[in-house]
Every structure is written in structure tokens, then in C-alpha cells.
Design a protein around this ligand. Structure first.
Ligand code: ZN
Length: 678
């Protein structure tokens, strides 16, 4: 994936900007305007390129960061808000898309009803958990929560079999933690210790809110922490889950049931709506073995409290202000440093988007997406693909045998851009104005059932896992496809002027298409063939050379200190770092073929090279709270934005030349340490 977070500001947006406007002198060029001339590019290029904007645009109290994502998300949020508000006023025909959008949004805005209800809408669900008589009863309750709210105990889903991409399979893997990563339960630095202490306080408050007295709430909180710490202990480190082969164990359903007899798998699978299951792909067998033991070594009451907490925490964002505030205080303030909640309309807009994304997407495409978006995106994508082909042919470290296979894989990469050709049919989803949290649960259940129904059916390769209004992109190794939603065409500040090729090829070409295509050739993607099946298509010698190079990028990123004493996890982030490096190199090579580069066009006082590299820094113009950065480093495979700029650029001689960076400058990296893979 390209981004880990998205979020918020309002900008004028004019469709067809690619074709209707030319460079205007009436407003300052954003790239030039963002430069902080008090910083030398060779000292810190990220701050040099973006620093002035950061100084002029402090992080709002309701956000964990501020920058390009907010600028784009604000535009999209304003558009979604219009769609939601106009739909809510319509009282459209029952069952129509606009009725669902309008009623969903209305229920989220109805603060009087939300606060009058408190957590009463979950009363029956909490009672169901209370009524569990023995450990065998957990299976059904867990199935219900998996479908309607969160994922307690483990992760469960239906998706493409990594070894037979044309088949849908069932996956079970480690999970069930309430903190963002297993490391939070063990890290010994001061911040991690404080987070654990505050987490227990939060648990105590949540248990009181579901009706426990002080002593019972404290016991439940302490025991939950003990239980989750035990689960975390048996969870693999995030970086250990990167190897798809080591996390693939196909077993029969009977073997699964026998390996964890204390958990009633049969109740669980029937509970999620599966009539019969032949095989299951288990990610981490040792986790399920441990879970099986814990089911009897921890008292039943601990498990019931665990399920209750997971149910409420997963839905707290759609509940009364008191429940929301308690959840916000821990998950947003303690973990990410956010000072105050977003306004209600923004929360309701973002939740409507999460729950009814494809319905909103259809309106978004017809009313807001600039005409010609698909064509422009494909043009840039194809230019990048062409460059990749040239570069693979020229690689000096790869044998001809492997090159042929790499080229074949590259040539068969499917590029889905803009929006899906076929939309999901949400006809069976009922939404009304009576309960916000029930609406969220119904949408979750619909999505979950949609996924479950795929089991036993052929894979539908036309489906998208992202909406056209989602500012992000992804590579799916099982389909050997990249998916670039339409809104990636938005470049903040360039709505009314023609974004020049330096920008298009750095932001959209490099950090989007180049990045995603490279995922097909990163430490994980390289293990899948052109059909999306896990298969080694490398010669042994080439494979050794490739992984020697990836180790260099691992070492490079481990050196970076993201915040306080927290270093970037080089192993965990290597796939994204490889994709960033490949992306910027391909984007630059593709840019070299444009008229702007060849004619050495100067725009806003910036030559083509400088505009290209500043454009790349603009793609990652994100100023983040230190708590949010720490959270990202501990639990996310993307490096913080700053290092997504510094890391790849310091491997590029063209960058040094463009800004006259020399040995002795902080950004300088000796030639023997520079990484070049693709
Ligand atoms: Zn990525």
C-alpha cells in the first residue's frame, strides 16, 4: 500500500483540470511556496521542501498529522458531506442507494438519540455473552462479533489461496489483541510502559460503563491485560509474518478441529454462515495451539469480559458521546497524541464512507471525478511499465533466465484505475434512521457475508478492495494487479492550473504507480508468479543477489531514529521501502522522456530535476505528532513520511546532482552504501 493513514481542509475543486487550464501566474506555485529556505537541502531535504508549509499549517487539535493527505481528504470529505446531506434531506425511496446513504448519515448525526440510548443498543449482545454457559459457547458468540464488529481471538476470512490464486480459501491467523501490535505488551521504553498503564485505566472505565462496580471493573481490566499479554506472547513478530511461505499451513478442517479441541470450530464456522469447510490455511499454528490451552487455563469469566470489551471497543466510534470519548481518550489521545475529537459531521462522513463506500463511490465518480481521469492515470501507468521493462532488460545482476520471467510478470500486471467496472450490489443491506450503531453493524455483517459467500466459488478478479474516493492504492500479489483509485489524480494546489510532468511523474508516476508495481518485485511480491501463485521463479543465484540487496535497504532504514530512541524497523518496512525506491527511480526515468525534461523547462524558478524531487517530497508532505510517529513505527510496515523521502532520495545520484549535495552534507550517503535494486 501507498499510505497508512488518510484524513482532512477545504479546497476548490474543478473537474477537467488537466485539459482546461494552463499555468497561471496569478497564484504562487505550491512547490516553490512550500520551501523553507532556512534549511539546506543537503541537511534535511524533507524539511527544506515542506518546512514553510509545516510552519504555516500547524497540526489541528483533532488530527494526528497535517499535510497532503489532509488537503486531499478535506476535498473528498466536503464532497461526501454534500452527498450525505442532500441524500438525508431527500427521504428517497426505501432501498435506494440515496435512502441508505441519507439514513446512515442521519443516524450518525442524531446526537440526541445517540446520547439517549447510551450503550443500550448493545444490551442484547452483552446479554448473549453473559449467557455463555461454558467454553463451548464461545464459538457462536465469537462468530457473531467477527461478523458485526471486530475480530476477537484470531483473524478469520475468505480470500485467494496463495498457492492456487483461482481458488478462494479460508484463512485463520493470529490476532485478537486490543493494542495495535504485540510489541506494545513487552516494549520496555518509557512510552510503552505509560501506554500499558493507561490502557488498564481505560479498560477499567469501559467495564464500568457496561455496568460493573469499581472492584469488578478493576479485576476485569487486570485479567484482560494478563490474557492479552499471553496471546501476544504467542504471536509472531510482525516482521516474521512477512514471509508468505512460512505463514502458510494448509490443513483439513478436521485437523483444525482436532488441533484446538477446546474451541468449537464447528460452531464458529456455522455461526459465520459456512455450511461445510474442507480445508483451512492457518498462518501461525503455534498461536492456535496456545489459544486452545488458554481457553481452559483462563477462567470463563475472563473470556466473557474479553468478548464484551472487543464488542464495545470495535463499535465505540458509533456510540454515545460518553463511550466515544472514553475510547477516543485512549486510542486517539494516548496512542496518537490527538487532542480533541473531529466535529460530528466529519466523523459521520468518514463512517458513512467506511460502511457504504461503494454506494458513495458511484455518486463520486459521476459528480466529482474529473473527466479523463482513467485515461490520464493509464497513460502515466503505462509509461512507468515501459520504463520498468527497459530497466529489467538492462539489469547487470540478473540472469537472462530470471529476466524473462520478471518481464513476463511485469507485462501481465493488471492495472485497475479510476473506479470498478462492476459495482457491488448492496441491495440486501437494510439501513434506517433508528440506530447508528446497528447501521454500522449491519454494514459490517453485509461486508462479512459478502466475503464468506466467496468460499467455494471461483475468484472474481474484477472486484476492488478500495473505493474511487479513497486516497491510496494497492498491489494484490494473488491477482498480480495494481489498483489506483480515481482520487489519486488530485494534487492539492493544482486544481486550477495544469500540474506539470515533474509533479505528475513524481507523485502519481513514482510514489503511486512505480511504488505499487514494485510491490510485485519486493521481498514478498517476488515470491509470487505472474498468475499470482506462490512459486519460486528465480534462479538460486539471482535470488541470493536480490536478497543481498534487500538486506542493504534493511540496514539503511534501521539506522534512522524516528522519534526519541525509536529506530525504524528495517525488516518490517523493507517491502514498502523497496517499493518507494523502485517507484521514485521509475518515476524519474519516465519523466526524462517528457518534453518538460528534454526542453529543460523552468517553472516557478525551478528546473525539471528540482521540480521532480520537490514533487516527490510533496507526495509525502506530512507533519506528524510524535505519538503518532511512534505508533506507526511500532505497528506499521510503512516508514514515517519523512524517511520515505530521505531514504530513497539518498540512494539516487540524480538527486545529489540536482541540489548540489556533496560528501560531508548530512544527506550524503557514500556510494558503496547506496541501494539500487530495480
Ligand atoms: Zn506500498
Amino acid at each position: 500500500m501507498k499510505n497508512s493513514v488518510t484524513v482532512i481542509f477545504f479546497i476548490l475543486f474543478t473537474p477537467c483540470y488537466y485539459f482546461s487550464f494552463s499555468q497561471s501566474n496569478n497564484r504562487p506555485d505550491p512547490l516553490a511556496a512550500h520551501i523553507d529556505s532556512t534549511v539546506k537541502p543537503g541537511d534535511d531535504f524533507f524539511l527544506f521542501a515542506n518546512g514553510k508549509w509545516f510552519k504555516e499549517n500547524p497540526i489541528p487539535a483533532s488530527e494526528q498529522n497535517n499535510g497532503i493527505w489532509q488537503l486531499i481528504q478535506d476535498t473528498i470529505n466536503a464532497q461526501i458531506r454534500t452527498m450525505c446531506e442532500s441524500s438525508a434531506l431527500l427521504h428517497a425511496e426505501q432501498g435506494s442507494n440515496k435512502q441508505k446513504i441519507g439514513d446512515f448519515f442521519f443516524s450518525g448525526m442524531d446526537s440526541v438519540s445517540l446520547n439517549a440510548k447510551g450503550i443500550s443498543d448493545l444490551k442484547n449482545d452483552l446479554a448473549m455473552i453473559d449467557n455463555i454457559k461454558d467454553i463451548k459457547g464461545l464459538g457462536n458468540a465469537a462468530a457473531y462479533i467477527h461478523a458485526a464488529a471486530g475480530s476477537p481471538l484470531f483473524r478469520f476470512g475468505v480470500g485467494q489461496d496463495d498457492k492456487i490464486s483461482s481458488k478462494n480459501a479460508i484463512f485463520v491467523s493470529q490476532g485478537g489483541l486490543s493494542l495495535p501490535d504485540r510489541n506494545y505488551y513487552f516494549d520496555t521504553d518509557a512510552q510503552a510502559v505509560t501506554i500499558r498503564r493507561k490502557f488498564i485505566v481505560h479498560l477499567n472505565h469501559m467495564f464500568k460503563m457496561i455496568g460493573y462496580d469499581s472492584i469488578k471493573a478493576q479485576n476485569a481490566a487486570d485479567n484482560l491485560m494478563t490474557l492479552e499479554t499471553a496471546l501476544a506472547k504467542k504471536s509472531r513478530k510482525r516482521e516474521e509474518t512477512r514471509d508468505p511461505l512460512k505463514n502458510y499451513h494448509k490443513i483439513s478442517f478436521q485437523q483444525l478441529a482436532e488441533s484446538a479441541p477446546n474451541f468449537q470450530w464447528i460452531h464458529f464456522v456455522k455461526g459465520v454462515g459456512l455450511q461445510s469447510v474442507d480445508t483451512v490455511i492457518v498462518g501461525q499454528p503455534e498461536f492456535l495451539t496456545a489459544l486452545n490451552e488458554y481457553l481452559v487455563s483462563f477462567p470463563l469469566d475472563d473470556w466473557k469480559n474479553y468478548l464484551k470489551f472487543h464488542l464495545v471497543r470495535s463499535l465505540a466510534h458509533a456510540m454515545d458521546d460518553k463511550t466515544y470519548a472514553e475510547s477516543f481518550s485512549f486510542y486517539s489521545t494516548v496512542l496518537r497524541g490527538v487532542q480533541e475529537p473531529k466535529p460530528r459531521w466529519k466523523r459521520a462522513v468518514e463512517q458513512t464512507d467506511r460502511s457504504l463506500g461503494e454506494l458513495l463511490g458511484q455518486v463520486y465518480v459521476s459528480e466529482y471525478l474529473p473527466k479523463g481521469t482513467k485515461t490520464k492515470l493509464l497513460e502515466i501507468g503505462n509509461a512507468i511499465k515501459e520504463i520498468y521493462t527497459e530497466r529489467i532488460k538492462k539489469l547487470d545482476w540478473m540472469s537472462e533466465t530470471t529476466k524473462l520471467k520478471a518481464l513476463h510478470k511485469l507485462n501481465t500486471v493488471v492495472m485497475k484505475v479510476g473506479y470498478p467496472d462492476i459495482w457491488k450490489n448492496l441491495g440486501t443491506l437494510n439501513i434506517d434512521r433508528s440506530s447508528y450503531v446497528r447501521n454500522v453493524m449491519k454494514a459490517n455483517q453485509w461486508e462479512f457475508q459478502h466475503m464468506i459467500a466467496k468460499y467455494g466459488k471461483p475468484v472474481t478478479r474484477s472486484e476492488w478492495d478500495m473505493e474511487p474516493q479513497t486516497y491510496n492504492a494497492y498491489y494484490n500479489p494473488s491477482n498480480n494487479e495494481i489498483v489506483v483509485p480515481g482520487c489519486n489524480i488530485i494534487l492539492p494546489g493544482y486544481e486550477r492550473i495544469l500540474a506539470d510532468d515533474a509533479l505528475l511523474y513524481s507523485v502519481i508516476g513514482g510514489s503511486t504507480f512505480g511504488h505499487e508495481i514494485t510491490h510485485g518485485f519486493d521481498d514478498q511480491g517476488c515470491k509470487y508468479n505472474e498468475l499470482g501463485n506462490l512459486e519460486n521463479w528465480w534462479t538460486t543465484d539471482d535470488s541470493i543477489k536480490f536478497f543481498t540487496k534487500t538486506k542493504m535497504i534493511v540496514r539503511q532504514f534501521i539506522e534512522y531514529v524516528a522519534v526519541d530512541s525509536l529506530h525504524i524497523n528495517g525488516e518490517l518496512t523493507q517491502g514498502e521501502n523497496i517499493a518507494d525506491l523502485g517507484g521514485i527511480m521509475m518515476g524519474y526515468e519516465a519523466f526524462k522522456k517528457t518534453g518538460q525534461f528534454k526542453n529543460y523547462e523552468i517553472i516557478a524558478g525551478l528546473n525539471p530535476d528540482r521540480r521532480f524531487f520537490l514533487g516527490y517530497a510533496f507526495a509525502w508532505m506530512v507533519n506528524e505528532r510524535p505519538e503518532a510517529t511512534a505508533n506507526q513505527v511500532r505497528s506499521n510496515e510503512h516508514s514515517p513520511a519523512k524517511f520515505r523521502v530521505l531514504g530513497p532520495l539518498t540512494n539516487m545520484p540524480e538527486f545529489y546532482k540536482a541540489f548540489e549535495i556533496k560528501a560531508g552534507d548530512a544527506m550524503w550517503r557514500p556510494e558503496n552504501l547506496r541501494v539500487k535494486i530495480w
